[in-house]
Design a protein around this ligand. Sequence first.
Ligand SMILES: NC(=O)c1ccc[n+]([C@@H]2O[C@H](COP(=O)([O-])OP(=O)(O)OC[C@H]3O[C@@H](n4cnc5c(N)ncnc54)[C@H](O)[C@@H]3O)[C@@H](O)[C@H]2O)c1
Length: 427
Amino acid sequence: MSKIAVIGTGYVGLTTSIGLASLGHEVIGYDLDPAKVEMLQAGKLPIHEPGLGEILIAGIKSGNLQSTSDLSEAVADADFVFTCVPTPQDDDGSADLSYVISASVAMKDLLKPGAIVVTKSTVPVGSAQVVENAIGRSDIEVASNPEFLREGAAVHDFKHPDRIVVGARSTEISQKVMDLYSQIDCPKLLTSQETAELIKYASNSFLAIKLSYVNDVAVLSEAVGADPFEVLQGMGLDTRIGNRFLEPGPGWGGSCFPKDTKALESIAKSFGVDLPLITAAIASNEISHKRVADRLAKALGGSLNGKTIAVLGLTFKANTDDTRESPAIAVIEHLIKGGGEVVAYDPMVSSYDLAGLTVAPSPVAAANGADALVVLTEWSEFSEIDCAEMLAAMTGSVVIDTRNVLNKSLWQSAGATFPSSETKRVV
Ligand SMILES: NC(=O)c1ccc[n+]([C@@H]2O[C@H](COP(=O)([O-])OP(=O)(O)OC[C@H]3O[C@@H](n4cnc5c(N)ncnc54)[C@H](O)[C@@H]3O)[C@@H](O)[C@H]2O)c1
């Protein structure tokens, strides 16, 4: 078993540190945020991630997992140092490597000889060299081990990943990192650093393109009077297409897809390569957010001005508390821009700082006095909501379910009006 330090204990760093400790490694997590470290030391998770809290406590009890706000304590003994710090979008769309660089510079004199620094943050092609330069020590190796977890299913994805990818300058180094996962049974790829770095961006961007296409197909389905969910179900039965990631929605978002698609565009540009498909997927997604607001305005007589709109869901997907780049928020911004007042309910969000948006403590409190209801996140509990109670609380009856979680016929029989599809041919 190895001694591992994890730098940055957010969604990725926590899953990595807790997961590696559960495999029997001695892991110490380090974060700049002392409040996070204190919570972890007390056995509490600073994020909502199903199942992670239980293995956090098991890790602490076994003695395999510690947390510290002292960087030298974290890295001094570590054979492997995993970097899991943010790589946000820079002003020009490229990935901002400043967190990765500052973490590398901070640890460079503290690393033990022969340690391997493993980048888990999503970083553009060439970043391994940037980390090597920042560390500036010939006795330290750098590897890239991109993370593919899905928030809300991170524990499952750590234990049963579709694949693990490790890229390094030599197979010997990649293999040492891969050996940390020896108990995990899945396809394992040893690659160059550049290949590992690109696999991550190419995968996320492919998924984003897929979702943009799904949303475009859903719009066309409605325009021609077809059922978008049945169209997509019919497509997904083709095994070359597959039925996963084929649900239409209000647009894609979250902490990764928006910045990773932009970063891929920027990587391609810097190598003089055009990627028109990803550019189109980004543009299609921006339209998706506005389309929900436009559709509601039309259903409410042409304008959102002065309307109160109840919203169910603020997180970017179900089973997480993460609202970063949430499509729900993007749609709400359009609703507010159109003159609407939004009252939203989300099981994991009790406040959100946006003028025109109030967060309610329950679905019925959000529905109270509302002209319309819009479902923006696919929390399964929304399917259980009492539609009669909701509609009785509302002043209007228009319902838009962008996630297909409501039982439409039940809601319709309780008096809900789902805006009808546009079926008129233009030419
Ligand atoms: N969230 C996801 O679903 C996901 C999935 C795959 C990959 N990624 C990638 O993983 C990286 C981290 O994402 P995240 O969602 O975990 O971010 P996050 O914001 O949840 O966590 C980052 C953590 O790093 C800490 N930090 C920042 N600078 C630090 C430093 N110098 N030293 C120590 N700690 C520092 C922050 O305090 C924070 O706790 C990003 O590159 C992201 O693109 C994220």
